[in-house]
Design a protein. Structure first.
Length: 301
């Protein structure tokens, strides 16, 4: 039974990746993706009173814990901004494996900040992850001098900030329950959203979108947040019954599911998603996905 919950994470996260791509292509072709982060912040803001109602101990945490959680929420939103700008210009199946570079930066920051060490096996796994990411950055003509530099740099920034958020949590030894953590992380996300609205051009775009697409944006984005939350809860529950290394290896299959869903959507629902399913492109993505999955497994050993 725990295996079902373990796989619910990568499956739901893969669905979420394609929803992000849909949102960006449908509503943000002529708008900055920073505005989408405001809608994400709104969803978190709506959830705050519900979390507080069901978990009243949320407000009794120490100020150190609260500030760290808020900082983590702000950093998370920053990383997602880089991610959305990357996915705006390429396919979801290209972006998903690059997310695994978070493992690389987590190890590096863990060594520099926490003094953690890694084995040779872990180090080789990191090398394989980098190799997989670089494979995706090569032009589909397999010309090694044509790199998708902008996409690679955006995802490097995204995964670095995401890893920094994780390490900050561990550095301050924040070991609170899931819902109090979620409450204060959402608070940090709301603060990030308010900061974006303080910039006049983003405020103007937000008002325009709010007038024309309020319901679909909030509904789709809200559903996406619940899907992400469901994936996180599923993996968290599975970790109670199986070694964390196994759970981490299973989570790395997110890339595979993004790839599968992308192909299925392209074939059966091309109006929603479009992936390049040419033979060369499929080979390139397949090789990259396998390399990244192997690398993540090695880092868990």
């Amino acid at each position: 039974m725990w295996l079902i919950f373990a796989f619910s994470g990568p499956v739901l996260w893969a669905i979420s990746t394609h929803i992000d791509k849909y949102l960006v292509e449908k509503y943000f072709k002529n708008n900055d993706t920073a505005v989408l982060m405001v809608f994400t912040a709104c969803i978190g803001l709506i959830m705050l009173p519900f979390i507080l109602f069901f978990e009243p101990t949320t407000l009794s945490l120490s100020w150190t814990s609260i500030l760290v959680m808020i900082a983590s929420g702000i950093l998370y939103m920053g990383s997602m901004l880089f991610y959305l700008r990357a996915i705006q210009t390429t396919e979801a199946s290209v972006i998903a494996p690059m997310f695994q570079m978070t493992v690389l930066f987590t190890f590096i920051l863990g060594f520099l900040i926490l003094g953690e060490t890694i084995s040779w096996t872990n180090g080789f796994g990191i090398f394989i992850i980098i190799l997989g990411a670089l494979t995706l950055s090569i032009d589909t003509s397999f010309s090694f001098h044509k790199f998708k530099i902008r996409i690679l740099l955006l995802m490097l920034l995204c995964t670095f900030v995401l890893a920094l958020s994780t390490v900050i949590f561990k550095f301050f030894a924040v070991n609170e329950n899931f819902w109090p953590t979620t409450f204060w992380v959402y608070t940090g996300e709301a603060i990030f959203g308010i900061g974006i609205l303080c910039i006049p051009k983003y405020l103007k775009q937000f008002k325009k979108l709010l007038k024309t697409n309020t319901v679909p944006l909030l509904a789709v984005n809200g559903s996406n947040e619940l899907i992400n939350l469901g994936g996180g809860l599923g993996v968290r529950f599975a970790s109670l019954f199986a070694p964390i290394a196994i759970i981490g290896a299973i989570s790395s299959t997110t890339t595979l599911f993004v790839f599968i869903f992308g192909v299925l959507l392209t074939i059966f629902m091309p109006n929603i998603a479009h992936e390049d399913i040419s033979r060369k492109n499929l080979i390139q993505k397949g090789i990259a996905a396998i390399l990244v999955a192997i690398g993540v497994i090695l880092t868990q050993m």
